[in-house]
Design a protein around this ligand. Structure first.
Ligand code: MSP
Length: 526
């Protein structure tokens, strides 16, 4: 049986429509999933929705609906977005799924039986939008949430507590022994410092509202929404009954999260799992946040980027590419239409689109669009292009499964740049003029073979465009069926086969920032 790879996104709160931030984490997971399938792995890619808690209950009340009615109306919007973004998830979990409710109650009882849950009283502060507890000293100006800066609520109620304090040393040992457990590195240090400052027991039930999973031994309480939500990663792989499936896929290989929810995934979650006697995930990677033209995205500012709209205007792969190209994955970044347009015109239309176009036109002009046999001897540059292609693939294998998505894309772009440089240096037009036919064959061959590699490299990031590339090169396969083993050596594309005569992969665009209008730029004929 092939090696498995289990990758997850956070499950999204369905109190509102999805925005660019949600699209970001999910697209990242899609890149990782697609690349692992390309490696021949048995991938399980999970996403879904987080439907319980006070925040959802309140949003539903505002609309005069029951919470379930309310979430049922929003879930299809998330699913639609994943379709529009070409997200290849294997399963969509909802925390209102009956098997999830059972799984949460089961793990709660496991921790309880192991002596890690006790009844007490919670008195302190709670941020409903973040569904997070705070102590007095965490607050800004004594009343604002340190994360979202909204006003917190005073809470005093009976509550079950999880003995998080007991896990402090075990967690520190986990981080110490598994340097890869948290990425990027600087976030790992933040988490270690947080845990070193001391962990307090965590309130994991509420009595003041009802929209949640009941505590099995005390129906007055609903389980804290984060305890509920984190368990989704187990439910989806068969916990607790389907042990075969659970043993196959658990622990998860990669949890992708935003920096705001790293603490839940890298501190609370492994502690719950240890308590329940289950292995911890292999890696949690936290990405940064997008601002918009320097400002935090927020409804009140009216600057929330609607992913449906951006994709509609600029194209799905253009957006997918931009997300990982513009900002180093792991750091914060800034979104603007101008930057998006600059990447599309400069890198997709110019660097990549032109590379395909000029290669196919030369092949048409010099060899009637038939891939020639590389008869000429390989010179230094010919050897270099082959070696670079193989080295790039090797780098991607290291980087993408670890969620180093921008570093990987940078490697790919360096290769694209090198192929353009190769063509300029080997100058097929001069070889033609000088009548160096064998050498011309070799160079043209290498150009097409390089495009075959680029197609595979870009497939995880831009699946629809990779499909077009496959068609341009007439590769007799689908992009999603390409496998790493077809790229173990240089020379995979067979001489004698035909390729398309040309085609535009990424049209240049003109964008009017005043009106927001997007037009395809006029191209010169020819
Ligand atoms: N429901 C919890 C997750 C539970 S996982 C067991 C949750 N949901 S969320 O809908 O609020 O956020 C989901 C993801 O969106 C987070 O990873 C968060 O970082 C990401 N983003 C929300 N706004 C963002 C930006 N402005 N930029 C980038 N990502 C951001 O938290």
């Amino acid at each position: 049986m092939s090696e498995k790879f289990y990758v997850t996104t956070p499950i999204y709160y369905v109190n509102d429509k999805p925005h660019l931030g949600h699209a970001y984490t999910t697209t990242a997971a899609d890149v990782v999933a697609r690349f692992n399938r390309f490696l021949g792995r048995d991938v399980f890619f999970l996403t879904g929705t987080d439907e319980h808690g006070q925040k959802i209950q309140q949003a539903a009340e505002k609309m005069g609906m029951s919470p379930k009615e309310f979430v049922d109306r929003l879930v299809p919007v998330f699913k639609k977005l994943w379709e529009v973004l070409n997200i290849s998830y294997d399963h969509f979990i909802r925390t209102t799924d009956p098997e999830h409710v059972k799984a949460v109650q089961h793990i709660f009882m496991k921790c309880y039986e192991n002596g890690d849950i006790y009844l007490g009283e919670y008195e302190g502060w709670y941020c409903i939008p973040c569904e997070t507890y705070y102590t007095e000293k965490d607050l800004i100006d004594g009343k604002l949430c340190p994360a979202c800066k909204r006003e917190v609520t005073r809470v005093k109620e009976e509550s079950y507590f999880f003995r998080l304090s007991k896990y402090q040393d075990k967690l520190l040992e986990l981080y110490e022994k598994n340097p890869d457990f948290i990425g990027p590195e600087f976030r790992r240090n933040e988490v270690i410092n947080f845990v070193k400052q001391g962990l307090k027991d965590l309130s994991i039930s509420r009595t003041s509202f009802s929209w949640g999973i009941p505590v099995p031994i005390n129906e007055k309480h609903v389980i804290y929404v984060w305890f509920d939500a984190l368990t989704n990663y187990l439910t989806a792989v068969g916990y607790p009954n389907d042990t075969e499936r659970l043993n196959r896929y658990w622990p998860a290989d990669l949890h992708l999260v935003g920096k705001d929810i790293l603490r839940f995934h890298a501190v609370y979650w492994p502690a719950f799992l240890m308590s329940a006697g289950l292995p911890v995930p292999k890696r949690v990677f936290a990405h940064g946040w997008w601002t918009v033209e320097g400002e935090k995205m927020s409804k009140s500012k009216g600057n929330v980027v609607d992913p449906f709209e951006v994709v509609e205007k600029f194209g799905v792969d253009q957006v997918r590419f931009f997300l990982f190209r513009e900002v180093s994955f792991g750091l914060d970044g800034d979104f603007s239409y101008e930057k998006l347009v600059a990447r599309i015109n400069g890198e997709l239309a110019n660097d990549l689109g032109n590379l395909f176009n000029r290669t196919l036109s030369m092949l048409k002009k010099y060899r009637k669009s038939v891939v020639p046999e590389p008869k000429g001897e390989f010179d230094e540059l010919d050897k270099k292009i082959a070696n670079k292609a193989l080295a790039t693939l090797k780098a991607l294998k290291e980087l993408i499964p670890r969620a180093e998505l921008s570093k990987a894309l940078d490697e790919i772009w360096q290769f694209v740049g090198f192929v353009n440089y190769y063509i300029d240096r080997r100058a097929p037009w001069s070889l033609k003029k000088e009548g160096k036919d064998a050498e011309l064959d070799t160079v043209l061959y290498n150009m097409v073979e390089a495009l075959r590699f680029i197609t595979a490299f870009l497939y995880p990031y831009m699946p629809a465009s990779a499909e077009k590339m496959v068609q341009l090169l007439k590769l007799d396969t689908k992009a999603q069926e390409l496998r790493a083993e077809q790229f173990e050596s240089w020379g995979g594309i067979e001489p004698g086969r035909e390729v398309e005569k040309g085609g535009i992969l990424f049209p240049r665009i003109e964008f009017n920032p005043e009106t927001g209008e997007v037009k395809l730029a006029k191209t010169k004929k020819g």
